[in-house]
Design a protein around this ligand. Sequence first.
Ligand SMILES: Nc1ncnc2c1ncn2[C@@H]1O[C@H](COP(=O)(O)OP(=O)(O)O)[C@@H](O)[C@H]1O
Ligand SMILES: [Mg+2]
Length: 271
Amino acid sequence: MYEEYWGLKEKPFENTPDPRFLYRSEQHEEALMRLLYAVEERKGAAMLTGVFGCGKTLLGYALLDKLDKAKFRVAFLTNLQLEPVELLRAIAYNLGVTDLPRKKTEVLADFLLQVIKETLINNLNDGKDTVVIIDEAHGIESREIFEQLRLLLNFQLKDRFLLTLLLFGQPELRTEVDNLKPLEQRIAIKCYLDRMGEEDSQNYIKHRLEVAGAEKEIFTEEAIKAIHEGSGGIPRRINQIGDMSLLTGFGRKTERIDEELIQAVVKDIGG
Ligand SMILES: Nc1ncnc2c1ncn2[C@@H]1O[C@H](COP(=O)(O)OP(=O)(O)O)[C@@H](O)[C@H]1O
Ligand SMILES: [Mg+2]
C-alpha cells in the first residue's frame, strides 16, 4: 500500500521470520553461531531463551538456511501444548515416519522412542545428521514431556549423539529446565536473547529499510530514537511501530517521519 510512496521495493517491517531481513547484532550473531556449533559439532542439545519478540524463531529459520540439506535432516516443530506422547509422535511424523499407530496405549511412548531411534539410525546410514528444533518450548507443561526429551538424548553411539535437540522458548523455559537437573546437564549450549540497546535498535531499523530497498532517509534520527524508546528494543515491537508509522505517514503525505508521528503511533498501538 505505502511501498511506492516511500520508494520501497517491499514492506520493511513485516513480523515474519524471514532470514533475508536478519540483522546480525552481536547477540543474534553469537546465538546463531552457538546453535550452528551445537548442530555441526553434534553437541547433543542446546537451548535458546529470550523475551517474546526478540528473534528466536527467526534465528531458527536463519539456522535452517545455513544447514546443508544434503547433510542434515531437520524437524522444526512449534510446541502446540501437546499431550506427552503426542510430542514424540509429532517428532516422528516430522522426521518422515508416516505409518504411526493412533491408539494410545501404555507402551506407545516406548514404541515411538524406538521408531525415532530407527529413523535416526536410517538417517545416519544415509549420511545425514538429525536435528529436532522445538520452538515455543516454554509451553511444555509436563515433566513427562521433558523426560521424554531427555530419553531422546540418550540415543547415542559410542562416540557420538544421534540427534541434536534445540529448545527455543521464553525465559521461563530456562527456569523450568534448570529445575530438571538430568535434562539440564545434557544441554551443552545455552544462549540468550535480550532486548536490543539503542544503537542496535537504530542499526536494526536502518538495516531492514535497506533490505526493503529504501533509497532516502525516511525516518529522522529523532524518530528512530523514539522508535527505540517506544519499543523497548524488542524487534517485534519495532516492526509494529515501523509499519504503522509508514502507513500513517503515507496517509498524511508527510515527507519524512518525525519523532512526533512516532509518538502518536506508539500511543495508538499501546501495550
Ligand atoms: N535480528 C533480527 N533481524 C531482523 N529481524 C528480526 C530480528 N530479530 C527479530 N526480528 C523480527 O522480529 C519479529 C519477531 O521475532 P521472532 O523471531 O518471532 O521472536 P521470538 O520467536 O523470539 O518471539 C520477527 O518477525 C522478525 O522479523
Ligand atoms: Mg517465536
